[in-house]
Design a protein around this ligand. Structure first.
Ligand SMILES: [Zn+2]
Length: 102
């Protein structure tokens, strides 16, 4: 993902200097490197809850494919938990200025 970003930035610099060959050369080279990495690195097991990544784990296939819906569910759960914690801190703090101002 970041490799693609490097490719875009690199090709933009080449574009700025009006070098068309370098512009597309950098873009294709980084895209190819990204594809190679994708095929070589293989699959990883990632925890929906904490984002921990595991590689080379036995019975990896039994966990199934990545599910965006499940990922979103946990992401929203974490966001809600953070919001609840923030609200709890706001109400418990002694900053409530009742009757302090005229
Ligand atoms: Zn976890």
């Amino acid at each position: 993902m970041s490799l693609v970003a490097i490719g875009i930035i690199g090709s933009s610099i080449a574009w700025y200097y009006a070098n068309l060959a370098w512009t597309f050369g950098i873009l294709f080279a980084t895209a190819l490197a990204d594809l190679l990495l994708y095929t070589m690195v293989g699959s990883a097991l990632m925890c929906y809850r904490c984002g921990a990544q595991y590689r080379g784990v036995a019975e990896m296939e039994s966990h199934g494919e990545f599910n965006l819906e499940t990922h979103e569910k946990y992401r929203q759960f974490a966001a809600r938990a953070a919001e609840t914690a923030r609200a709890a801190r706001a109400t418990s703090s002694p900053s409530g200025s009742a009757g302090a101002s005229p």
